[in-house]
Design a binder for this molecule. Structure first.
Ligand code: ARG
Length: 571
């Protein structure tokens, strides 16, 4: 008997006892929220008016008359707990149900519509034009994209924004440097390296030469005023940089709904500054225009410099208000490193002072810790910044080594090594609690055996070859689920948790919960597989066990997809 049939039998019994119609009762039954409270609950307070009794009394009475001497088929226990009647189903049928649901729903297993009608804006990556893709931006990209996919799975409308760092005095500096030294560079191949070299060179000279520094500021002012020559240069810097960023986003399989950087707000800031003025929030301090935040015990938020140029915070404040108007979100998440905590507190508070109370509940700085590389310092091309490319290159060559060692017959080694390298990099960042630092250890991150992305890919690949070996089309819901034993239950009982894990990730902005769950599921299956032969001469038993393998693969593949990792068929 299926759990649905068991439920109907219970409803029929309760209906005949209480006189409440079957259809009505059907809507009263609930799924218990608390673990240990069984699989189905009947809330007795619904009857207290008509029966003129307290709910716990009703629960007790119903238990006595209906369930104290015999249990309905498929039910292993009934308990009256605090005004509820709680039913526990026989594990066998619950397990079979869970397995069938995964097989039936396939890749959409775990999805729901809890977010229907709600909009979440996710701002992540937010790389800086003319600078190589750094590791902090990488972590933002990885966390943001994963959360974005999870919200979609839960039925939310999501809007992903890459708030490019494409405005500010540094572009004046770059223009000044370009005008002085630009002809020495080719800007071919990977032009971002040349841009970065100009940036480094500017600062090298400007630190001893204030006139050059001033030149940078002048160039930015001209850019702000719309001078064509500078606008053309600025646009060229953006184009060069985007070429490179698009390659990285392609590798990570990340896309954005909007690539609206800081420059997008340059003609929108005036109105916000006027509003601040009208609301009497602006003060002058040492020539600059600020919003005093001492009521919040915070240092002031800088709105305009003494030379009238606007700042990072001015653009962020403008963007926040603009996005509320444009997208009417229920939540806006900023996935940005913890180093910028103060900045977010400041402009959020300014918006609150302006009277935008929604900011308190809806605007969240989803902050994260640093990424460190243990064991040895990475050699970078310049300075101490760690670049994505260097990390990827190194991870890829290690992955190639491991793949050729573990499985010499993999056909497309380079392609596979790239996917494994990305999996290692992505998973290391997602399986650590967000506010903790990531400690990247090369061999460990790439291992096929540890708690890694490659381990999950490897498990997926092994499951794929098992299914290939079995050779029959699956899923076949005709299998005999009665053959599922205790060993199988250990694996299948985890299936049911998938949806709740995704929900918790979305609620806590914490990807670690899903990452850990996938590791747990993979280990449970692998340990089962070590003890039990799946393909045997017993056709029926084999078929049932294969269903379980098939369902495990469905969840691992979908979970990896949510995290941004390619499930591999072979490796
Ligand atoms: N581009 C900035 C940086 O690299 C990050 C932007 C974060 N987002 C924001 N809305 N401030 O530091």
């Amino acid at each position: 008997m299926s759990t649905a049939e068991t439920k109907l039998a219970i409803v029929t019994l309760v209906s005949s006892e209480t006189g409440v119609s079957f259809d009505e009762l059907l809507t009263w039954f609930e799924t218990p929220k608390q673990a240990g409270h069984g699989d189905l609950a009947f809330p007795c307070f619904r009857l207290s008016k008509t029966l003129r009794k307290a709910p716990p009394q009703i629960a007790d009475d119903l238990w006595h008359t209906l369930f104290s001497s015999a249990l309905p088929v498929g039910v292993s226990g009934v308990k009256a707990i605090g005004g509820y009647l709680n039913f526990t189903f026989e594990t066998g049928s619950v397990i079979a149900e869970a397995l069938k649901r995964v097989l039936m729903e396939g890749a959409s297993y775990g999805s729901n519509s809890s977010g229907a009608g709600q909009t979440v804006v996710l701002e992540f990556s937010s790389v800086n034009i003319a600078k190589p893709f750094g590791i902090a931006h990488l972590r933002s990209t990885i966390i943001g994209a994963a959360l974005n996919r999870m919200y979609q799975k839960l039925g939310y409308r999501t809007i992903s924004i890459n708030h490019l760092g494409d405005w500010g005095t540094q572009f004046g500096n770059l223009i000044a440097a370009y005008k002085r030294w630009g002809s020495e560079y080719t800007f071919s191949g990977n032009p971002i390296n040349d841009l970065y070299a100009l940036y480094v060179r500017f600062h090298g000279v400007a630190k001893d030469d204030p006139t050059f520094e001033q030149q940078g500021r002048d160039e930015f002012r001209k850019l702000e005023q719309g001078e064509i020559e500078n606008l053309v240069l600025w646009q060229r810097f953006i184009d060069y940089s985007m070429q490179d960023f698009k390659r990285v986003y392609g590798l990570l399989n990340v896309e954005f709904d909007h690539l609206t950087g800081e420059s997008f707000y340059r003609d929108k800031m005036d109105a916000v500054i006027r509003e601040l003025e009208n609301k009497h929030l602006l003060t002058q301090s040492e020539g600059a225009t600020i919003v005093d935040l001492s009521v919040y015990d915070l240092t002031p938020c800088l709105i305009k410099r003494s030379d009238e140029s606007t700042l990072y915070a001015t653009r962020d404040l403008t963007a926040l208000l603009y996005r509320k108007q444009a997208f009417n979100f229920n939540k806006i998440l900023y996935v940005v490193g913890t180093a910028q905590k103060l900045h977010f507190q400041q402009f959020f508070r300014v918006a609150e002072l302006m009277g935008y109370d929604w900011v308190k509940d809806e605007a969240v700085h989803v902050d994260f810790g640093w990424v460190k590389f243990a064991g040895e310092m990475m050699s970078t091309r310049a300075g101490k910044v760690i670049f994505f490319d260097d990390v990827l290159e190194r991870a890829q060559s290690l992955a190639r080594e491991i793949i050729t060692r573990e499985n010499p017959d993999v056909a497309n080694v380079d392609w596979t090594a790239e996917k494994v390298a990305v999996a290692a990099i992505v998973f290391t960042q997602l399986k650590v609690r967000r506010n903790k630092d990531v400690n990247f250890i090369w061999e460990e991150a790439l291992s096929f055996k540890g708690e890694t992305g490659p381990y999950l890919q490897y498990t997926h690949a092994r499951l794929s070859s098992l299914i290939q070996k079995y050779g029959k089309t699956l899923p076949d819901l005709g299998a005999d689920f009665g053959l599922l034993g205790e060993e199988e239950k250990e694996v299948i009982k985890l299936f049911e948790l998938y949806e709740a894990k995704i929900t918790r990730c979305a609620e806590e902005y914490e990807t670690l919960i899903l990452a850990d769950y996938l590791l747990e599921l993979a280990s449970a299956f692998n340990s089962y597989w070590q003890r039990i032969r799946i393909i045997t001469d017993d056709v029926e038993l084999t078929r049932t066990r294969m269903q379980m393998a098939f369902a495990t693969r469905i969840i691992i593949a979908d979970g990896l997809r949510l995290l941004g990792i390619e499930p591999l068929e072979r490796m």
